[in-house]
Design a binder for this molecule. Structure first.
Ligand code: FES
Ligand SMILES: [Fe+2]
Length: 376
């Protein structure tokens, strides 16, 4: 892999003015300009085992039903009946037995979104059920993750926003981990008292690690970080493990085999990437960790952290992921604590933009990507 030395920050690079992290107007603008337009990760394919399995998710103020149709294709439908607009599905997850029925007047849709049954509507002159399929968002699958896009439709596969074009820097990049085949062993949902961008920024530097994460620092020195993606929507790189053959776990050890075909220098590294604007992805010798991020308000963010392992390792007798999940639950909580403190300070009249350190080059890269999207 191409590796670059850590870039120094641009001269004069500073944190953004407070309103970018605190203002409800900026939050609303982001919902329009970012979360209604970008590819958003809504989780893994795994819960959708059979046709009709579904989960619902809320993005940019829209409720969506993510399901698998009879041809096993993953679809994301707006959760809105084409009759009088009623929300179709109120459950977080479940299984549709072959169709999606509205709870109001029983209009019934196929798993492909087509309106199949509309009671008594044949009596209505000019009514054609084919004109009322469920509306849908574009879906892309990458490494077992489901991405949706509220702006792209399936017809606009050629446009600049198509997944393959936007995600070109990442396609094939993590094949050594065989991420598509990995399975979620555990996940923990957090509500973090800060703006979603602080979660991304915090993930992009280890300047804070010696103080905030003594346990992590012991296993992986914070000054060993190197960036290999340092511009654009995807940012990150790796840190070295202090000792070869160790892993970021409570004990610092792991008896699991490496994931996929991970070998060589990757056995000695932990990779961390921010995938704008909804996913943080971290790849370790024997597991992969994903943080799914969803802004709830200017000062609140939902983060679901999931740990993915090789199904072979999970099938071993005595498989126990808790050495990994406890380590990262501790590390996550340490991060959420300081992120909450930062959010508090940003709300003060005493706050003014402060200078980024050289170890915070990715933070100014994030800002350089983010601001133009916001028209700034
Ligand atoms: S609103 Fe859905 S069937 Fe009437
Ligand atoms: Fe941290």
């Amino acid at each position: 892999m191409e590796t670059f030395a850590r870039p120094n920050v641009y001269p004069g690079a500073r944190t953004l003015p407070a309103e970018w992290y605190t203002s409800p107007e900026v939050f609303a603008e982001e919902q329009e300009r970012i979360f209604s337009c970008e590819w958003l990760c809504v989780g893994r394919e795994e819960p959708l085992t059979r046709p009709g399995d579904f989960f619902t998710t809320e993005r940019a103020g829209e409720s969506l039903i993510v399901t698998r149709d009879a041809d096993a294709k993953v679809r994301a439908f707006y959760n809105v009946c084409r009759h009088r607009g009623t929300r179709l599905c109120s459950e977080a997850s479940g299984h549709f037995a072959g169709s999606i029925q509205c709870p109001y007047h029983a209009w019934t849709y196929g798993l492909d979104g087509e309106l199949k049954i509309a009671r008594n509507m044949l009596e209505v002159p000019g009514f054609d059920r084919m004109e009322y399929p469920l509306k849908e968002a574009a879906v892309a699958l990458w490494e077992g993750f489901i991405f949706i896009n509220l702006k792209s439709s399936f017809d606009s596969a050629q446009d600049d926003n198509r997944f393959e074009r936007v995600f070109a820097p990442l396609l094939g990049r993590f094949s050594r981990w065989n991420v598509a085949k990995l399975k979620t062993a555990r996940s923990i949902a957090y509500e973090v008292a800060c703006n979603w961008k602080l979660v991304f920024l915090n993930y992009s530097e280890c300047y804070h690690c010696p103080l905030v994460h003594p346990q992590l620092e012991k296993l992986s020195p914070s000054d060993s970080g190197r960036n290999d993606l340092s511009e654009g929507p995807f940012l990150g790189g790796y840190s070295e493990l202090r000792e070869r053959g160790t892993s970021l776990t409570m004990s610092g050890r792991s008896s699991r085999k490496p994931a996929g075909s991970v070998a060589g220098e990757d056995l000695n590294r932990a990779y961390y990437y921010t995938i704008f604007p909804s996913l943080l992805l971290s790849l370790h010798p024997d597991y992969v960790m994903a943080h799914y991020c969803r802004p709830l308000a200017a000062d609140r963010t939902e983060v679901v952290c999931a740990w993915l392992f090789d199904p072979g390792a999970m099938a071993e007798p005595g498989f126990d992921p808790s050495d990994v999940t406890e380590f990262w639950d501790l590390t996550n909580r340490q991060d959420w604590h300081v992120n909450g403190l930062t959010q508090l300070g940003l709300g003060s009249r005493a706050y003014s933009p402060g200078p980024y350190a050289n170890a915070e080059g990715l933070l100014s890269a994030f800002d350089r990507h983010y601001l133009p999207i916001m028209g700034a």
